[in-house]
Design a protein around this ligand. Structure first.
Ligand code: ARG
Length: 459
């Protein structure tokens, strides 16, 4: 059924119909569409614009349609342009005349703006829950590993010893900020466009405050032109999802490296690995690679949406229909990736021995050796040079600073005593770094306490 017809003398070309239609993807928010319609007619009846009898029969009809779609009894077809016309047509078919009153004081422009908001608002909350589970997994690993020593890297070169708890804590911070971003978007978007009409409001005495309240919004939007053409919140959401994916992707990159035969810091569980069709020995980190790969896809949604919007004059333009497939795909991809990643992390084995052994190589304690000299009165720049020379000696001998005899130390500076070995042990290097934010166990425990509180208060 067409929603227009009066001023047309010809049927729409079939190709045009197909090109124009959005039902194949906007069916995703049929529940939101119906929920919005129920709120709309409830408000219309309260305002005396629609009879209570019509309201009741419309609501009953809509609820039945919703049930029938859910159970598969009512299927989507190629005949209708979009979810709005699909629902309205079936309603009228079922309840007759009253169904034709549903669209009073409303346009598909405010209707689609509402549906998309209701849908993404729900998805934002679901995504936030997934991120919360991820933070819980991270915190568990942190608690168990405040003294698991591993090398910290810069330039992918060993730099200084840290702990596994500290490394996981860095990701905790990132995903915590991601939750904050989702929360901010929710706060900004949570205003109801319903009642904005096509662009200029309506002539009916609508109670927009009331509709907004029925749909759990903070209130109505304040400009009807903006209401029907605002897609900022989808762009913000795509940006937030892009950042989530970027964080997951960095983490995946590290896991892929840590899982190599060369590093062996972790072993990805068999249930989260894949094999090779030709090489029998292979166990590949495909899941981590796919999460990394899918990041580009979510970035794509951000760039596509920005590009779609950049040239649009006010108010609604059909270009905006393009928002849905990008955003739906990005939401499904991001949620799927967080969930998969969480499962991979929960089942992964950390090979603590290998991490520690690796931290001991590569002169990760050289900074602490220089600090030892500084604590004995040597200016830092001189200390830096002295330790640099000692490192060179060690490289020539193929040993670590901890294995270099005290005689060698004394040769270069009389300041060195036996206690240098204790000062540059991995434990000392880590445990001395106890200012907040550092890997030392005291600082780490304090931060873990803060994170525990945070997770308790941010359900
Ligand atoms: N399917 C359309 C969309 O997603 C609904 C709004 C149609 N409005 C219109 N004036 N053609 O944007």
């Amino acid at each position: 059924m067409k929603l227009w017809g009066g001023r047309f003398t010809k049927e729409t070309d079939q190709l045009v119909h197909n090109f124009n239609a959005s039902l194949s993807f906007d069916q995703k928010f049929y529940e939101e569409d119906i929920r919005g319609s129920i709120a709309h007619v409830t408000m219309l009846a309260k305002q005396g614009i629609l009879s209570e009898q019509d309201r009741d029969s419309i609501i009953r009809g809509l609820e039945e349609i919703c049930e029938d779609i859910k159970s598969g009894k009512l299927e989507f077809d190629g005949e209708h342009e979009d979810i709005h016309s699909f629902v309205e047509a079936h309603l009228t078919e079922r309840i007759g005349e009253a169904g034709k009153r549903l669209h009073t004081g409303r346009s598909r422009n405010d209707q689609v703006a509402l549906d998309m908001k209701l849908y993404t608002r729900k998805e934002i909350l679901l995504m936030d829950e997934l991120l919360k589970s991820l933070l819980e997994s991270l915190l568990k690993i942190m608690k168990e590993n405040t003294d698991t020593i591993m090398p910290g890297f810069t330039h992918l070169q060993k730099a200084q010893p840290i702990t596994l708890a500290h490394h996981m804590g860095a990701y905790f911070e990132m995903f915590k900020r991601d939750r904050d971003r989702l929360h901010d978007i929710h706060e900004r978007m949570n205003y109801c466009p319903l009642g904005s009409g096509a662009l200029a409001g309506t002539t009916y005495p609508l109670d927009r405050e009331y509709s907004a309240k029925l749909l759990d919004f903070y209130g109505p939007t304040l400009n009807s032109m903006d209401s029907v053409s605002d897609r900022d919140y989808l762009i913000e959401l795509s940006a937030a999802m892009s950042i989530i994916m970027m964080h997951l992707s960095r983490f995946c990159e590290e896991i892929i490296i840590w899982n190599t035969n060369e590093y062996q810091f972790v072993e990805i569980d068999d249930s989260y690995s894949t094999g090779s069709s030709i090489m029998p020995q292979k166990k590949n980190p495909d899941i981590a690679e796919l999460v990394r790969g899918k990041t580009g896809r979510v970035y794509g949604s951000l760039v596509s949406l920005l590009t779609t919007m950049k040239g649009l004059s006010l108010a609604y333009n059909k270009d905006m229909q393009e928002d849905k497939e990008f955003v739906f795909d990005a939401i499904d991809t991001t949620k799927g990736c967080i969930e998969l990643f969480c499962g991979m992390l929960d089942t992964m084995t950390f090979k603590k021995e290998n991490m520690r052994k690796s931290a001991e190589g590569g002169f990760t304690n050289a900074t602490d050796a220089a600090d030892y000299l500084v604590n004995h009165g040597v200016p830092f720049r001189d200390a830096h040079g002295i330790i640099g020379e000692l490192v060179l000696t060690c490289i020539e001998k193929g040993i670590s600073l901890g294995e270099l005899p005290i005689s060698e130390y004394k040769k270069i500076s009389p300041v060195f005593e036996e206690d240098i070995y204790d000062a540059i042990s991995m434990e000392t290097c880590v445990s001395k770094r106890n200012t907040i934010g550092a890997p030392g166990p005291e600082a780490m425990k304090q931060v873990i306490g803060i994170y525990e509180e945070y997770l308790k208060n941010n359900g």
